[in-house]
Design a protein around this ligand. Structure first.
Ligand code: FCB
Length: 446
């Protein structure tokens, strides 16, 4: 049996576009996801977040679920197009929703952990070039400043960006996420400006506004392993690690982009103004914590006919319904590596969880033992890591609710609460009941 300290933060996580709905209400204008999800072939069954979990109207019921779970904290994101529906035009009615949510959380002793950007870029910003345009840093700062001035005294921690890898590479290189571009040079620009806006936002909160609220960034990190020990597979693993991990960790913690990847990327970059003087100092500004979203490991093999010379390799591991390997031991490798090579900052696991196919039983329950086991394995890993002194200070389970899973639409259920999308009925799954027990006892079995 392992015990979590009394200070350890247990939470759940969601994001605005995935749960809120109310896509045209109180002045909200479209984001790139409203647009992208309407393009045939982009999202499974042409589904979208118009209604999602209707959390915008049902947030009080959702706070009740959080209360029932007994969480210390709740991580959610703010929809930028609710706050600035048009360039330079602040919408206080949009902000009011988050004030109501935060007030309700605080009344129930639940600490609000707020992400500023979880991928819903306003369409007006996209039309001006989106993250490819360096001005995006200023647009983001204007938005962040409003969030800080209205909410900072009620917020427990701020997260600037959720997973710049997805926003940058999945959105601009692989085209799987909005805005659906497939251009490496654009992706590198988008990533750079996202990272720059992160640094500028931290600077704004800490130095200009002199706030004491902790602020950090959330990265999705995935430890990479070669399918064999051949030179080619080792190269493939190095490149995959560079693409998904080091391209973010190095600028943030070492103030430089990794040289091997710069060489590999150089054939795509024609605009040498991309990294300007002072940018890397800005990006590597000291934060208060690192947020990590961890789902799986990445097994790769060499492939000559690809830009980055790697592709996923066949793996025998047990998988979730996303096809992702269940890999709690590799999670430990990841954290130990971060401690050794990158940072001593406190770490929050800002997302971890699993999609499995759920069935509503005749007795009205969801016996999602696979998900329960996944959660227990990862919590046990955290407890073990903390015994080694790894200083993981909190865990946000993804997700509170089944929700809109981006390109997969509603086909993948990550919730510990089942959502019937026809009736909007919520039912706490067995994994949720178990999570509440873990939180109450602050212990996890070996
Ligand atoms: C992460 C995202 C989150 C959710 C999970 C499953 O990459 O941050 O919104 O989709 O994956």
């Amino acid at each position: 049996m392992s015990r979590f300290s009394n200070e350890f933060i247990f939470g759940t996580a969601t994001s605005s576009y995935q749960i809120e709905g109310a896509y045209q209400e109180d002045g909200r204008t479209p984001s790139i996801w409203d647009h992208f999800s309407r393009i045939p072939g982009k999202v499974r069954n042409m589904e979208n977040g118009d209604v999602a979990c209707n959390h915008y109207h049902r947030y009080e019921e959702d706070v009740e679920i959080l209360k029932r779970l007994g969480v210390d904290s709740y991580r959610f994101s703010i929809a930028w197009p609710r706050i600035f529906p048009e360039p330079g035009k602040y919408n206080p009615t949009g902000m009011d929703f988050y004030k109501r949510l935060i007030t309700s959380l605080r009344e129930n002793n639940i600490k609000p952990a707020v992400t500023l950007y979880h991928w819903d870029l306003p369409m007006w910003a996209y039309k001006r070039g989106g993250w490819i345009n360096r001005d995006s840093v200023h647009w983001f700062l204007e938005y962040a400043e409003k969030c800080f001035s209205e909410l900072d005294d009620m917020v427990y921690l701020w997260i600037t960006h959720n997973e710049p890898w997805c926003a940058g590479f999945l959105g601009y290189h692989q085209g799987i996420h909005a805005p659906g571009h497939t251009d490496m040079e654009e992706a590198l620009k988008a990533v750079h400006h996202i990272l720059l806006s992160h640094g500028a936002t931290v600077d704004l909160l800490k130095n200009k506004l002199q706030s004491k609220t902790p602020i950090g960034i959330t990265l999705n990190l995935s430890p990479v392993y070669p399918a064999s020990s051949s030179m080619n597979d080792l190269l493939a693993a190095n490149n995959a690690d560079g693409y998904s991990n080091r391209w973010f960790l190095d600028p943030i913690f070492k103030g430089k982009y990794p040289v091997d990847m710069m060489n590999l990327f150089s054939k795509y970059v024609h605009d040498f103004n991309l990294v300007q003087e002072g940018d890397l100092e800005q990006i590597s500004i000291e934060c208060d914590f690192l947020g990590i979203n961890y789902y799986s490991r990445n097994l790769v093999q060499f492939v000559g006919a690809s830009d980055l010379l790697f592709k996923p390799a066949f793996s025998e591991y047990e998988k979730t319904s996303m096809g992702w390997d269940i890999a709690p031991n590799e999670f430990k490798d990841l954290i130990r590596r971060l401690r050794k090579e990158y940072t001593k900052l406190p770490i929050y696991i800002t997302e971890n969880g699993a999609a499995f196919d759920d069935y509503l039983s005749e007795d009205g329950k969801i016996y999602d033992h696979d998900r329960q086991r996944y959660i227990e394995l990862h919590l046990k890993a955290i407890a073990d890591l903390n015994e080694e002194g790894m200083n993981i200070v909190g865990y946000y389970l993804w997700s509170l609710l089944d929700n809109f899973e981006w390109a997969y639409g509603y086909s993948k259920r990550f919730g510990i609460t089942y959502v019937d999308f026809e009736t909007q009925q919520r039912i706490l799954k067995e994994s949720g009941i178990r999570y509440a027990e873990i939180i109450r006892s602050r212990t996890i079995n070996s």
